[in-house]
Design a binder for this molecule. Structure first.
Ligand code: AMP
Length: 112
């Protein structure tokens, strides 16, 4: 298991120490607007579990949490944002060499 650092920016958002433009929240998931959008819609979806990246999330979370997390992404994209027909992209950077800058697992949801 990787070492999770509590001073990362998404941990601060989860603790309400810094604000975010929230789109959706439940017991497991928080979704908010990326501060530096690269598309017309650019959201970040994070689990509330302390995990560093995708690989860490799959190792740490229960199968139910993993399933709920990805089901919730579908709900946000298709039921809340209504993007099923127009389409959307999901991306996660796993590790520094892949471009990851914030070390709390997150999925980018973008759509133009
Ligand atoms: P990554 O490179 O995959 O780790 O992506 C990190 C993302 O977090 C980038 O797209 C940043 O623009 C975004 N980001 C950084 N700080 C904040 C913040 N305070 N609120 C919202 N998004 C942020």
């Amino acid at each position: 298991m990787k070492i999770y650092k509590d001073d990362n920016v998404f941990a601060k958002i989860l603790r309400n120490e810094i604000p975010c433009k929230k789109v959706y929240e439940d017991d497991l998931v928080l979704c908010f607007h990326d501060i530096n959008p690269e598309a017309k819609i650019h959201l970040l979806i994070i689990p509330k579990i302390k995990c560093v990246d995708f690989s860490d999330f799959i190792s740490c979370a229960t199968p139910l949490q993993v399933s709920l997390f990805f089901t919730t992404i579908k709900k946000i994209a298709e039921d809340i944002l209504n993007l099923k027909e127009s389409g959307y992209k999901l991306k996660t950077n796993n590790g520094k060499n892949a471009g990851q800058e914030v070390f709390h697992f997150h999925v980018h949801l973008t759509s133009n």
